[in-house]
Design a protein around this ligand. Structure first.
Ligand code: DC
Length: 233
């Protein structure tokens, strides 16, 4: 009998989590949820409302506004904020620079974790982020912790941004990635950590196809019922 799993994918920034999570969701007919996009949307909201003066977020004003922000994640991967399509805007370097500060605010995390739990309540979801296997869904059926060399991640992100016509330097990207790794791992609330029951995958030298083969094997080996999900009995 088919059981709709909850799959948690955590790991460092620009490690290919979203691409991998989206591909797994497509393979299983599940919903993909990019939790990082939600932290980015809150950050963009703060920037647009002048609440990040001198690089420091105005916590009180931001927290007071959380209930009024309308963040929507669409099945086609687009993200909207108060009805405005912000899919590209949330990927800007400016948002990337402030998102760690915003995501270390406890009330912001509590608010988004509650929304994420609501989205995954019925299972059949693949959610990627930093604290999915540890905090959002500690009982997830499958937990994957994705890692890759920072230089490899910087190069991938650089290629993506250049392909999208964004003028950036590889050195700036790598610096931002290393800073975010540090901030993600050292923040006091819900730091990036591997859940003890997460399986680690280093994808530095793997294609997406190879990662999919790996996850299919993992699903095969993780339980009899899970094989049905791949429609292979
Ligand atoms: O996955 P990403 O790089 O788009 O995430 C953007 C930022 O949001 C990242 O710097 C850390 C934060 N984040 C978080 O704190 N918790 C999550 N579950 C997802 C993202």
């Amino acid at each position: 009998m088919k059981k709709d799993l909850t799959i948690a994918i955590d790991g460092f920034s620009s490690g290919g989590k979203s691409t991998f999570a989206r591909a797994i969701a497509a393979r299983l007919g599940y919903v993909f949820i990019d939790s990082g996009a939600m932290y980015r949307a809150v950050t963009l909201w703060a920037l647009r409302h002048g609440l990040v003066a001198g690089g420091v977020p105005d916590e009180a004003a931001l927290v007071a506004a959380l209930g009024d922000m309308r963040i929507e994640l669409w099945p086609d991967g687009r993200v909207s904020l108060d009805g405005d399509d912000v899919t590209e805007a949330i990927r800007s370097l400016e948002v990337s620079e402030f998102v760690s500060r915003v995501s270390s605010i406890g009330a912001v995390r509590e608010h988004l974790v509650a929304l994420q739990r609501g989205m995954g309540r019925d299972g059949g979801v693949v959610m990627d982020g930093r604290d999915i296997g540890t905090v959002v869904f500690p009982d997830a059926d499958l937990k994957i912790f994705l890692t890759a060399d920072p230089a490899v991640r910087a190069r991938r992100r650089y290629d993506e941004l250049r392909a999208a016509g964004v003028d950036v330097s590889l050195a700036d990207i790598e610096r931002n990635i290393r800073e975010r790794d540090h901030q993600d791992q050292t923040r006091t609330i819900n730091p990036l950590r591997r859940a003890p029951d997460a399986v680690v995958l280093d994808n530095s030298n793997m294609t997406l196809g190879e990662q999919m083969e790996w996850v299919e094997k993992l699903i095969h080996s993780s339980g009899k019922n899970h094989k049905d999900l791949l429609n292979e009995g």
